[in-house]
Design a protein around this ligand. Structure first.
Ligand code: F0G
Length: 404
């Protein structure tokens, strides 16, 4: 079994590998998985064969004997975006499209590790609260592992494609009368009391899988970190995980630098942006988060402490964008680069655009934007904003008449 510690980021308290714990029992701090880096062979990362999350198992909390629960997640494309870059006045822009994971979002990276851990622990079931993607992904991995899955979704606030996935893959789906933050509060208590394994991003094993976004991005750039990494922020797990991945590469001497971590939120749900801009040590939760980007409609991000550290310690930025800016960026990505993303994912591009206009981002920076979920997850807004299909007789002349 690989040697690692589960450690509180605030007080350093340690927990056994077979203990089910999500936040520190002593001080309430978030937990992190720590390896003995002096004994990690960097060649096992740089020269590892295969592809996807498990290629990097030298930095995952399992030994060689573990059989992963996998649906071949990860190994997503990193697109160079010259047309969009030119339009924004940027010379070196890339998009890593996490929407091309098997379930259509980056959550699969966290779930392959989280559900593998669940199986190792022998839990009787797994559960999560979700704005949609987490539930879809968890349902799939639980199905693959053959364990019961319970998901709590804020009623009327989850995109149809995501609910359909959770239902289709056999999760018990609950439509909670409240928002995501309410659902997370309830599921955390449920998991304690019913001995279910919680697979929201407060679970540190989830973030171990998600940090492989950093490994893949660096690898595709010739084992170099970009200058800046931009992504949408909801519960703030992904920005924390990707930051950790880049930290590990630097610790192992594989890369020299860590990107400026830049987190984007929607104007109606921006507690991290507020804390960043005011310099407050902690976030003030937003009681009524609102945005069309339902995936990041979150007022009380559980990983805020890790995320603020990631942004501040790398000289990064945090900015908010309006729903219209999100929609516009979604259209531009689709029409200039052929990349179809859900609204939350487009927040990263919308934020990039705003920060360039503000002069906060330099034209020659090498920038990687993470687009977190696929267009087909949430097409409602697309149908509203795009020109409707024109009805036409089955006749060429009639068709030509209607063509522009
Ligand atoms: N983008 C998409 C498409 C998401 O689904 C999420 C989170 C995020 C960005 C934000 O990532 O929470 O790590 O900061 N969705 C969660 C869910 C909350 O339940 O599916 P984060």
């Amino acid at each position: 079994m690989r040697d690692y510690d589960v450690e509180c980021i605030r007080c350093g308290a340690r927990y056994a590998k077979d203990e089910i714990v999500y936040t520190c029992r002593a001080c309430g701090g978030l937990l992190d998985i720590k390896y003995d880096y002096a004994h990690v062979d960097s060649d096992k990362i740089v020269k590892a064969p295969g592809e996807g999350v498990w290629k990097y198992r030298a930095l995952l909390p399992f030994g060689a004997e573990t059989v992963p629960v996998t649906i071949q997640e990860g190994n997503t494309p990193l697109y160079r975006c010259d047309r969009l870059g030119e339009a924004l006045g940027l010379r070196d822009l890339w998009v890593k499209h996490e929407g091309l994971n098997p379930s259509g979002s980056f959550k699969d990276r966290g779930m392959t590790v989280g559900v593998t851990k669940a199986v190792e622990l022998g839990v009787k079931g797994v559960a999560c609260a979700s704005t949609g993607n987490t539930s879809a992904s968890l349902a799939i991995f639980a199905a693959k592992a053959g364990i019961p899955c319970y998901v709590l979704l804020p009623k009327g606030k989850v995109a149809l494609g995501k609910v359909a996935q959770a239902m289709m893959h056999g999760a018990q789906v609950f439509s909670l009368l409240g928002n995501f933050d309410d659902a997370l509060r309830v599921v955390r208590v449920l998991c304690e009391e019913e001995s279910l394994y919680l697979l929201n991003s407060v679970n540190p094993y989830r973030l171990e899988g998600q940090k492989t976004i950093a490994f893949e991005a660096a690898e595709k750039l010739g084992w170099q970190a970009p200058d800046r990494l931009i992504l949408p922020v909801g519960n703030a797990g992904n920005i924390s995980a990707i930051f950790k991945g880049f930290q590990e590469l630097k610790t192992l001497g594989i890369t020299d630098t860590i990107p400026m971590m830049t987190g984007i939120q929607a104007v109606g749900a921006k507690p991290i942006v507020n804390a960043f801009k005011t310099g407050a040590p902690e976030i003030t939760p937003e009681p009524k988060p609102e945005t069309i980007a339902s995936a990041i409609r979150i007022g009380n991000p559980v990983n805020a402490e890790k995320a603020l550290h990631a942004i501040r310690s790398t000289g990064g930025l945090s900015e908010s964008v309006t729903d219209d800016e999100i929609t516009h960026a979604q259209l531009e990505l689709a029409r200039m680069e052929g990349i179809g993303v859900e609204p939350a994912s487009a927040a990263s591009l919308a934020g990039l655009k705003k920060l360039v206009e503000q002069g906060e981002i330099q034209p020659d920076e090498r920038i990687v934007c993470i687009t977190t979920g696929h267009l087909l997850k949430d097409p409602e807004r697309v149908i509203e904003i795009c020109e409707a299909p024109k009805e036409v007789e089955a006749d060429v002349a009639a068709l030509r008449e209607l063509m522009k």
